[in-house]
Design a protein around this ligand. Structure first.
Ligand SMILES: *Cc1c(COP(=O)(O)O)cnc(C)c1O
Length: 429
């Protein structure tokens, strides 16, 4: 980890030297706030606003002809956005499509690739994944007429924070029909070794998929090269596409001949879709996994956002993101916030190769410390039971803001500011 000094001057220097600093101006920052929650809902950029307005203008001026408009035809917009996003995840242009929501995409992809047969009936997941994924996996098992109690195996965490890849690999056996894992754990921020896990799964002929909701837009991927069979992610976190922004899915080329589990007319070959034939002819690429008419108003902001990512470059964004989180963690340590009377604990891997874009700061009073941070104009995320989740965004967070947040963690305890609040979460944490 690079060495950082704890004084404010150093934060200002880091900002001055930041090659990505200019992107901050492209975003609508919240006045008087420090926004550390971009991994739950990214902020609006002017670029995303423009692409949404462009779509509204088309609707206003063209009505139904917007579907085949000369410029930006809606008919192929989901595939076009997929092509634009593909480089961010290391996919070929037709392996990604922007469609539906994260959990719906999980359903159609797991439904497609989970084919229990003979002894191979189980899905291997992990106990730290986001609850929606686990609910969906259980219902997919039930849909195949099987019992989730017997057929969902969740790799255990040894410490409640992290997963050990070797434990997951050990759990892959001749009863495993499918593996579904998160790329980055939503609580601790651990980045799993997607390449190694995919290699091991491939060796055993087990299809493997990743929920990349917490990694897309935060770090580079090589989904195609790693042999990841399928993946899906939401675009309203690091991708800044807005609340309920249309999600994405990826399918490796070698599976393009598979039939989608949840077929619908939007997955038809585009040239045949309006034949209105009752025989489904699947589109050649990932577009074949679309179900119904795309939610274009929720997809349009992604276009502008993707242009920002193209300009900034995901490698450079990753480098800054690691610097921001390293800086945050080193301030916590250097200011001795892990010792009494502070007693914070860093619940995120120190090794850069094992870390996503956010930092979990643990404390037994995390719920009320989050409230005290909010009272100071800092917007964190609280994740039960004890995590203050802090996500400095490479596109718009400054080093000075990180410095202010860590100093606030210190001052809240110094002044007992958290003691005014009950140690419970709000409805939306
Ligand atoms: C955010 C997130 C989701 C959200 O699912 P939606 O269908 O968009 O509500 C799912 N899984 C993970 C791991 C997430 O981080």
């Amino acid at each position: 980890m690079p060495l950082f000094s704890v004084d404010r001057e150093h934060a200002l220097e880091l900002d001055q030297r930041d090659p990505l600093a200019r992107f901050r101006r492209r975003f609508y920052l919240l006045p008087e706030k420090i926004y550390m929650d971009g991994n739950s809902l990214g902020l609006l950029s002017r670029d995303a606003e423009d692409s949404l307005m462009k779509l509204l203008t088309q609707w206003k001026g063209l009505g139904i002809d917007g579907w085949m408009a000369e410029e930006n035809p809606w008919f192929s917009y989901p595939e076009e956005l997929g092509r634009m996003q593909a480089p961010l995840v290391g996919a070929e242009p037709d392996e990604v499509v922007v469609t539906a929501s994260t959990t719906v995409n999980l359903h159609t992809l797991v439904g497609t690739f989970y084919r229990p047969e003979g002894r191979r009936t189980r899905i291997l997941g992990d106990e730290l994944n986001f609850p929606s994924d686990i609910y969906a996996l259980k219902s997919q098992i039930r849909l195949k007429g099987l019992d989730p109690e017997e057929n969902l195996l969740l790799a255990k965490s040894r410490d409640g924070r992290f997963l050990w890849e070797e434990d997951i690999i050990k759990a892959m056996d001749d009863t495993t029909a499918l593996i579904l894992l998160p790329s980055v754990l939503y609580r601790s921020g651990q980045l799993l070794d997607m390449e190694g896990l995919s290699r091991e799964a491939g060796r055993r002929n087990i299809p493997i998929g990743f929920d990349c909701s917490h990694s897309v837009g935060a770090l580079p991927h090589r989904l195609h090269e790693w042999g990841v069979d399928f993946a899906f992610w939401c675009n309203y976190k690091y991708m800044n596409s807005g609340p309920g922004g249309t999600a994405s899915l990826y399918v490796h080329k070698k599976h393009f001949s598979q039939e989608p589990a949840l077929a619908g007319w939007w997955g038809c070959r585009k040239d045949r879709q309006f034949d209105m034939s009752l025989r489904f002819e699947k589109a050649a690429g990932a577009g074949g996994w679309q179900i119904g008419t795309p939610q274009l108003l929720s997809a349009a902001p992604l276009e502008g956002s993707l242009r920002i990512f193209q300009e900034a470059g995901i490698e450079r964004l990753r480098e800054k993101s690691l610097n921001l989180t390293s800086y945050l963690m080193s301030l916590v340590q250097e200011l001795k916030l892990t010792e009494p009377p502070y007693n914070y604990r860093l619940g995120t891997p120190m090794e850069e190769s094992r870390r996503g874009g956010h930092v979990a700061v643990e404390h037994r009073d995390a719920a009320r410390i989050s409230r005290a941070l909010k009272a100071r104009g800092i917007i964190p995320d609280f994740r039960p039971p004890n995590v203050v989740r802090l996500a400095p965004m490479a596109l718009y967070t400054t080093y000075l803001e990180v410095w202010q947040v860590v100093r606030s963690l210190q001052e809240i305890i110094d002044k007992g500011e958290h003691q005014k609040y009950a140690n419970v979460r709000d409805t939306i944490a």
